[in-house]
Ligand binder design. Structure first.
Ligand code: SF4
Length: 678
């Protein structure tokens, strides 16, 4: 492969942020390409700033480059100005390390972390000079694979991606590498044995379909009934498994990656050292796909966390480390781990620790106060629902007292900004639930005023999009009009409250996400049309265009009503039924019924197993460092889940709630800001 740098360099003077395209970051690997190494291009289908911090991509990057039979480089979606310059100059997609042409790699591997990037995936395959549709690729074209959370409903991309990987990638990536190596797929193997055999690509795909955790769409056929409903997605060959099970690594401690986290050349999102505390979550929030598909909980040993933090800070020069997971405060060794990092003499008291997913209780705020003593910015909590009833439906069992105690503790310990995350458009939601968001946020402002007159509370509101492999996968999403009405309800109720800001996600973007998130194989034509009509960077508000999506739906005989807004029935075949995240379908259905009945479900880390299926067949159970539930919190602590029980919460201030002066109508109009990625 020859470097494209001589063609790339002249373009950089004419585009924004040229550092996106030059590579050479601290932590960048020198890929050893050679005749015996399968070449991988790991592609994040969004900008460098969004994609570089992605931990999944960085983990695979290191694991592959440690192998003697693999060589991996990275690529990110060029921004629109760079793409235009590249297409005008005839420069294809390239890697940032060696500036090697994407189309000459053996494997193009995409990370799918959001549905609205799918049009970027098509665009990048095309920019690589590779046929966009898998069926049009020749034996010498790269293998196009994809993984990440969205791979649990791969059908909308089935026409474009050769193979999907479900679940943890650490082990399976080596197995895919071995199969590709055996077939010598790709143009970097000219003259390889059997290179002129037209069946070479088909044979490769057949072999890949037998690797556990790998789904090859071309080895499955989708059938529809006379009304157009999906009848099933079934294997076309006897030796293809009928159900593809996700991969699960049992021991996170065996995979201490990334060892050499990349340090970006320009500011990126999450610009800090990231160390993963544990994988999986059993709190059981019913809207949360990440929590459901990553079960069971597997903790990283505390000693390894400390080593990764110490070495990572020293090597990168960062002064901030995020201890990441889906609910970091639930890590069984969280207090000792945090204390050890902060009191490490080599850190000289200059290191900030952040827990990106705070639990809503005063105990956690106490921990946050300890760890943010260097740089005390805002604190974020996610009650998600505005009323206790709503939070029982979604199984986010946070009582108002929990939230107020946490907020009281936060303001009492010096924070002046608190952000609250909520969802609207949840199953069974009433206007009382929606308006409960403002009531909660208003009370939080009042609590804060007792400490400081200029505290601010931001309520960030997202429109709920049902996700596959969750109990809410059967729920018909709220219409754009209904979500917009709810946004207006919130906006009007919040306007008189000084210090309260309401931000919301564009309901039209939630609808577009819904089009893709539960679509079947026929949705591929819709995605392709949106892309062909210029619809890239649909995650970005300045590029998002709902009209492209609705026009494409109409062109292919589909409607928002049927694909997005319709409730699914228990007996309906779902497009992802042939793929398993380990969860029994009947468990998910029962949990959906429990949601409608407003029944909560405890965290099975600390209560008896209710056999969701996640631990069955993987040879793993929860791997936690302590048998004792973490202090504080409202799940798994033994309370009566039907009504909300007593949770020991230590108020850090003795001032009574409600002692603050009442807010005055018309004090100050709050900022009302629609949220987007721009
Ligand atoms: S199988 Fe049991 S212990 Fe494992 S995640 Fe499901 S409910 Fe929890």
């Amino acid at each position: 492969m020859e470097s494209l740098w001589p063609q790339v360099e002249p373009l950089l003077a004419h585009v924004t942020k040229p550092a996106r395209y030059i590579g050479g970051e601290l932590g960048a690997q020198r890929a050893e390409h050679g005749p015996d190494a399968v070449s991988w291009l790991l592609v994040y289908p969004d900008t460098y700033e969004v994609g570089l911090p992605n931990q999944g991509l960085q983990i695979l990057y290191e694991i592959l480059n440690e192998r003697s039979d693999a060589a991996a480089e990275r690529s990110y979606a060029p921004w629109v100005d760079m793409e235009e310059a590249m297409r005008a100059a005839g420069v294809p997609l390239f890697s940032v390390e060696g500036h090697l042409p994407a189309g000459e790699f053996d494997v193009l591997a995409f990370n799918l972390s959001a549905e609205l990037v799918y049009t970027n995936v098509l665009n990048l395959i095309d920019l690589a000079g590779v046929a966009v549709r898998a069926a049009d690729r020749s034996a010498d074209d790269p293998l196009v694979v994809a993984g990440g959370h969205c791979a649990f409903n791969p059908e909308p991309l089935a026409d474009f991606v050769d193979a999907f990987v479900l679940g943890d990638g650490e082990e399976v990536v080596g197995e895919v590498n071995a199969v590709v190596a055996a077939h010598r797929c790709g143009p970097s193997r000219p003259g390889a044995a059997g290179a002129d055999d037209p069946a070479r690509r088909t044979n490769l795909l057949r072999d890949l379909s037998r690797v556990p955790g790998v789904y090859v769409p071309s080895c499955f056929a989708a059938a529809y009934d006379a009304t157009g409903r999906l009848e099933g997605v079934t294997p076309r060959f006897d030796d293809t498994p009928g159900v593809v099970e996700k991969r699960t690594i049992a021991d996170l401690g065996a995979w201490p990656y990334p060892r050499r986290q990349l340090v970006p050349l320009i500011e990126v999102v999450h610009d800090r050292l990231n160390v993963e505390l544990f994988r999986g979550c059993t709190r059981g929030c019913r809207f949360c796909q990440a929590g459901m598909i990553t079960r069971p909980v597997r903790e990283r040993p505390a000693a390894q966390v400390r080593t990764m933090v110490g070495e990572g800070l020293e090597r990168t020069g960062y002064d901030e480390v995020a201890l990441t997971s889906l609910s970091s405060a639930d890590y069984s060794g969280i207090e000792d781990t945090v204390t050890d990092i902060i009191e490490d003499p080599s850190c000289s008291g200059q290191v900030s620790v952040s827990l990106p997913s705070l639990r809503v209780d005063a105990f956690t705020v106490g921990t946050a106060a300890q760890i943010q003593r260097v740089r005390r910015t805002g604190l974020t909590f996610a009650p998600e629902g505005g009323t206790w009833r709503m939070r029982q439906v979604i199984n986010k069992l946070i009582r108002e007292e929990d939230l107020y105690a946490a907020v009281d503790a936060a303001f009492g310990q010096g924070w002046k900004r608190v952000k609250l995350y909520f969802l609207i458009g949840l199953p069974t939601e009433t206007d009382e639930d929606t308006l409960g968001i403002v009531a909660l946020a208003k009370q939080c402002v009042a609590i804060g005023r007792r400490y400081h007159p200029s505290v601010t509370v931001t309520a960030s509101v997202g429109g709920f999009v049902p996700k596959v492999q969750t109990p809410f996968q059967w729920f018909g999403q709220n219409t754009i009009e209904e979500l917009t009405r709810k946004v207006h309800l919130l906006r009007d109720a919040a306007r008189p409250v000084r210090g309260l800001t309401v931000r919301w996600h564009d309901p039209r973007a939630s609808a577009a996400e819904g089009i893709v998130s539960r679509g079947d194989r026929r949705m591929g034509a819709v995605i392709e049309q949106v892309w062909r009509r210029g619809g890239t960077f649909q995650e970005w508000s300045e590029h998002f265009d709902l009209g492209l999506w609705t026009d494409a739906l109409e062109s292919h005989g589909m409607t928002l009503e049927d694909t997005v807004y319709r409730h699914r029935t228990e007996d309906e075949v779902l497009p992802w039924d042939h793929l398993s995240a380990g969860l029994h379908r009947d468990f998910l259905w029962q949990d959906w019924m429990d949601a409608l009945a407003e029944h909560g479900l405890p965290d099975c880390r600390w209560t008896p197993c209710y056999d969701c299926g996640a631990c069955t067949g993987f040879g793993v159970e929860h791997v936690v460092a302590s048998a004792v539930p973490p202090a504080g919190g409202s799940q798994g602590t033994g309370q009566d889940l039907s009504s909300g029980g007593q949770v020991p919460v230590r108020f850090l201030s003795t001032a009574p709630i409600g002692a603050a002066p009442a807010t005055r109508p018309g004090d100050c109009a709050e900022a009302l800001v629609p949220e987007g990625r721009s």
